[in-house]
Design a protein around this ligand. Structure first.
Ligand SMILES: Cc1cc2nc3c(=O)[nH]c(=O)nc-3n(C[C@H](O)[C@H](O)[C@H](O)COP(=O)(O)OP(=O)(O)OC[C@H]3O[C@@H](n4cnc5c(N)ncnc54)[C@H](O)[C@@H]3O)c2cc1C
Length: 419
């Protein structure tokens, strides 16, 4: 048992967890952030995800550009720019780790790395401790409030709060993708050739010898001109919360990397001398468990741009569903100038008294999650959860009873946009 008692423990140091820990600490809570690996950032480090997906809209009448993800996310982007770690929307994930460490330490967040949440004690609807497994053994940690930012809702699951997996009916999740990078690409040719990569891949795909079901392969810039990022493998019909199936996914994805690399070298000018330079430590999971919360965010309400009375974040990224069964990706693009909001209730597991959830595993339908999952938005969800936990602490109340107008004012005073 750790002899320290924290006000707030955040589990998971992705952008949701970073937003949550910073907001909790800055609002006066003694905060611990627990992370499974040795660095912050989440999917950009663990799953090789890059770049930031778009998060701005333009008012069609005035032409005004409205950033929908601000607050801590905007601060992170500024800090990355300052160290020269941003190009277009792409960022250098190594610098992101450093920048996030500095932000945490400057705000007084305590960090515990290399520690995996392994079990949870619960009395009634309150969590009383979270035990992590690490090189010291099993370490029990106590706090007044907990924020689950594990991406997979591990803490909510371990505490037996209800959750769903994937889409209704067959529980299939969006496909997994092992991201990787290719170096020694001719940067002069890349800009010109980039639009031709998908048509050429699809032409070869039609011939029937390619096993990877993904037809719209994504090849992005990185901040290093001769290195490109591929979000281009696709593993379908595997459960991302079953480690046996995950292992199969890893093996299959690695063969798809070979297939893609061979294709690029053979058919794409500028890639003749390229090399595989790295693959992510973990096959990327777009969707897995989603909590059953006090409110379930739906795509229908997003499309209607509902302004929830307890809105704490906003977004307009398209409803981007990679086919859970094979090829193809469906999209719903929000019209320019329009955006949806996200209610605070979708961060609260049903009946939970001192647990909040932020990130891609909030209470949302399969379709709604397909939009809210992007890096800028999860950071804003984390910021809202951290702020709410700090306010609950001050008021000594359950997370459900946090005063919404104080929460919204605290968020907007700190630079957040809530619509
Ligand atoms: C292949 C792929 C491509 C994507 N492409 C883009 C893109 O181009 N742009 C974009 O904006 N978004 C993209 N996304 C979406 C985005 O990356 C994720 O949805 C987002 O990172 C989720 O953030 P999170 O903080 O909820 O979870 P994560 O980023 O996954 O962070 C969770 C953190 O918790 C830690 N953790 C997990 N379990 C435990 C535990 N039990 N104990 C302790 N720590 C734990 C993990 O190590 C991790 O650091 C992509 C996702 C994938 C998978």
């Amino acid at each position: 048992m750790s002899n320290k008692h924290y006000d707030v423990i955040v589990i998971g140091g992705g952008l949701a967890g970073c937003g949550a820990a910073l907001a909790a600490a800055r609002n006066g809570a003694k905060t611990l952030l627990v992370e499974r690996i040795n660095a912050l950032g989440g999917a950009p480090c663990t799953m090789g995800v890059n770049p930031f997906m778009p998060y701005k809209t333009r008012n069609p009448e005035t032409g005004e550009v409205i950033p929908l993800s601000r607050g801590i996310f905007a601060e992170l982007e500024d800090n990355l720019r300052e160290v020269g770690a941003m190009r277009h929307n792409a960022f250098n994930a190594e610098w992101m780790k450093i920048v996030l460490n500095r932000m945490m330490l400057a705000s007084g967040v305590e960090l515990l790395f290399n520690s995996v949440a392994a079990s949870v004690k619960r009395e009634g609807d309150r969590i009383t401790s979270v035990t992590v497994s690490n090189k010291s053994g099993l370490v029990e940690l106590e706090a007044s409030y907990y924020i689950d930012c594990t991406g997979d809702a591990d803490v909510a699951m371990l505490a037996d709060f209800p959750y769903r997996l994937g889409r209704p009916g067959d529980q299939l999740c969006q496909p997994m993708t092992l991201c990787f990078q290719i170096c020694n690409v001719d940067p002069e040719k890349f800009d010109e050739i980039q639009p031709t990569i998908i048509p050429k891949w699809q032409e070869e795909h039609k011939k029937g010898y390619i096993k990877n079901p993904m037809t719209e392969i994504m090849v992005f810039h990185t901040p290093i001109p001769s290195v490109v990022q591929l979000n281009a493998t696709r593993i379908v019909k595997k459960n991302p919360t079953d480690c046996w199936e995950l292992t199969q996914a890893d093996i299959e994805a690695r063969e798809q990397i070979v297939e893609l690399y061979t294709f690029l070298r053979k058919f794409i000018p500028g890639f003749e001398n390229c090399h595989i330079v790295n693959s992510a430590p973990q096959t990327g999971v777009r969707e897995s468990r989603m909590i059953d919360g006090e409110y379930v965010l739906s795509a229908e309400e997003m499309k209607d741009c509902v302004r929830y009375p307890d809105r704490i974040a906003a977004g307009n990224y398209d409803i981007d569903i990679h086919n859970p069964e094979g090829s193809g990706t469906s999209h719903y693009f929000f019209p320019q100038g329009q955006y949806y909001t996200i209610p605070y209730r979708s961060l609260i597991p049903k009946n939970a008294e001192n647990l909040l959830v932020a990130g891609r595993c909030i209470s949302a339908t399969h379709e709604a999650q397909a939009s809210i999952r992007i890096l800028p938005i999860v950071c804003t969800l984390g910021e809202a959860a951290g702020t709410a936990a700090a306010l609950a602490l001050k008021a000594n109340c359950n997370v459900k009873d946090v005063d919404i107008s104080t929460l919204q004012k605290t968020l907007t005073d700190a630079g957040a946009f809530i619509g």
